[in-house]
Design a protein around this ligand. Structure first.
Ligand code: URA
Length: 204
């Protein structure tokens, strides 16, 4: 475990890191966005969630998981008995990758160069916060966490021992649950996600 003295220093270090990330130009994505969307939550959180990248609403609000996927995520956390305010929530990529179609901005999946460039920030968030449990939501977050491509269906459902002693979990991204076309399957998938979160919450 981390010595108490270092814990005490985490807040200003985190603030400095966040301030620095606001001016990030490590990859070209910053050019066409409103702002960097950095992680948020207690710096001593035992639990960290990693998403993919901010969406349209997150880009405007400057906060992770506040749009439709975030609202689904909030409800799932609540049903699973996890208080979001006790968790640190961040993304693998901190700028919104998208293409413009008329007035709309359409999400584009970040690729290896962006994920790699942005690991600079994620690694430092992990080092400062040192969560005991890290949950990657979706394949991009899984790749950022493990440093290699992952197949969700293969790695889902069981904890992964991470370097440094933390417990890792990789599961689906909440936006996947928004996209399941069949209503019965959607409900089933959602239930599975909540059950997984509940199991994770029990480890905290
Ligand atoms: N999807 C993500 O992966 N992160 C967000 O912050 C919002 C939507």
């Amino acid at each position: 475990a981390r010595p108490a003295a270092r814990r005490g220093n985490a807040a200003p270090a985190w603030q400095a890191l966040r301030d620095e990330a606001m001016g990030c130009t490590r990859c070209p994505l910053y050019r066409d966005t409103t702002q960097t969307v950095f992680g948020e939550g207690p710096v001593d959180a035992p639990l960290m969630f990693i998403g993919e990248q901010p969406g349209d609403q997150e880009d405007l609000a400057g906060r992770p998981f506040v749009g439709p996927a975030g609202q689904l995520f909030d409800r799932a956390l609540e049903e699973a008995g996890i208080d979001r305010r006790q968790a640190y929530v961040t993304n693998a990529v901190k700028h919104f990758k998208h293409e413009r179609r008329g007035k709309r901005r359409i999400h584009q999946t970040p690729e290896t160069p962006e994920i790699q460039a942005c690991r600079w920030w994620l690694t430092q968030e992990l080092e400062l916060i040192r969560p005991r449990i890290i949950v990657a939501l979706g394949a991009t977050a899984g790749r950022a966490l493990l440093g290699k491509a992952v197949t969700i269906s293969r790695v889902r459902g069981a904890p992964i021992a991470l370097e440094g002693g933390a417990q890792g979990w990789i599961t689906v991204h909440p936006s996947y649950l928004l996209r399941v076309p069949d209503e019965a399957r959607k409900a089933e998938e959602r239930k599975r996600f909540v059950e997984e979160l509940r199991e994770i919450g029990e480890q905290v």
